[in-house]
Ligand binder design. Structure first.
Ligand code: TYM
Length: 347
């Protein structure tokens, strides 16, 4: 009898350009894991709607993100690759998870605090703010987002969730919610997942503001390396990366965030240790040149594959993915409905 393979699930939003942080923190590991784990990867279009989107934007983002994941090497023959809104059980379990998630738990989420601050911040006191001002533009969905994320994960009986460091808190909440479901509705109602965060590349920082993480939505374009940036653009961005004035190459995230970010990126690309790498350099120039070259070597093959994937390949991949994902999610959803005690639709 062969041992049952572990199940991997992860997701990415189809908004903005895919950047080096997404790639080193998460997507590269998705590709690796698919070879010996049962892998399910999701483009989370419903999550993208928590911030306002024009009609058409999500379609384009989803198509481009699918193409990107295929170019990175997510193979539809090895993994289930699909978009969230094609499997309606995400929305269904999302609601049920909202009903076991505490208001206080959601209020503690740093991603909600960061994103709502960017929209002007939440006001608790002023009643007028409810229909105008900042509170009106911060959607309820942005607040309950982590409950939908928990649903995504639990719907596939997931053992392992490969993510970057910024998702740690969401996965820890998912674990708490999974344990709560099991103690409320019986052991085995859901599988309790674990996160997997890489040793190198878990938190790639903005090259211009190295105390902020590289992000699709915040920070300058000059500080963000996009996976589709051409080699000249990458060289320029790395050459202009903010460092410091003491001239010493040392891995020290607190004191030297810019230099440490470059060392981390280089280490993630080459598989070396950032502290050991630092010993090889006495000046910032050569460190920057090697970092740019390593990033270009990593991204060029992806860019070539990206250009070769047709729209019809993308559409066909999503259609097959939706069918395979539903085949896994539907029975899990049924099991959870029964455990919770909802009336069955069939007599
Ligand atoms: P998203 O779309 O913001 O990011 C996708 C993945 O990229 C990682 N990441 C980074 N890693 C290192 N350095 C960075 N600067 C950096 N920026 C982003 C993220 O950690 C993530 O792994 N809420 C999720 C999407 C989601 C999800 C899920 C993830 C929805 N449901 C279920 C896992 C499981 C998000 O917004 O990721």
């Amino acid at each position: 009898m062969s041992e049952q393979r572990q199940r991997v699930f992860s997701g990415i939003q189809p908004s903005g350009s895919t950047h080096l942080g997404n790639y080193l923190g998460a997507l590269r590991n998705w590709e690796r894991l698919q070879h010996n784990m049962d892998s399910v990867y999701c483009i989370v279009d419903l999550h993208a709607l928590t911030l306002p989107k024009a009609p058409g934007e999500v379609v384009e983002g989803t198509m481009n993100m699918t193409r990107m994941l295929m170019a990175i090497g997510i193979d539809p023959a090895l993994s289930i690759l699909f978009t969230q809104s094609h499997v309606h059980q995400h929305a269904e379990l999302g609601w049920l998870m909202q009903c076991v998630t505490g208001y206080g738990e959601l209020r503690r989420m740093t991603q909600f605090k960061d994103k709502s601050d960017r929209l002007g911040g939440v006001s608790e006191s002023d009643a007028d703010e409810a229909t105008s001002g900042n509170n009106a533009s911060i959607s309820a969905g942005l607040f309950t987002y982590p409950a939908l994320q928990a649903a995504d994960i639990l719907l596939y009986d997931t053992d392992v969730v490969p993510v970057g460091d910024d998702q740690r808190q969401h996965i820890e909440l998912t674990r708490d919610l999974a344990n709560r479901m099991n103690s409320r509705y019986g052991e085995g109602t859901v599988v309790v997942p674990d996160h997997q965060i890489p040793a190198a590349g878990a938190r790639v920082m903005n090259l211009q503001y190295p105390e902020q993480k590289m992000s699709k939505s915040v920070g300058s374009d000059a500080g963000t390396i996009n996976v589709l940036d051409d080699p000249k653009a990458i060289e320029k961005k790395v050459r202009r990366a903010v460092t410091d004035n003491d001239g010493e190459v040392r891995f020290d995230v607190q004191e030297k965030p810019g230099v440490s970010n470059l060392l981390s990126i280089l280490a993630a690309c080459t598989g070396d240790d950032p502290e050991k790498l630092a010993e090889k350099y006495t000046q910032y120039g050569p460190l920057k040149a090697d970092t740019a070259a390593a990033v270009i070597a990593e991204l060029t093959p992806i860019q070539e594959r990206y250009r070769a994937i047709s729209d019809s390949d993308v559409a066909a991949t999503l259609a097959v993915g939706a069918e395979k994902a539903t085949a896994v999610a539907a029975p899990v959803m049924q099991r959870i409905r029964t455990a919770i005690g909802l009336v069955s639709p069939t007599p």
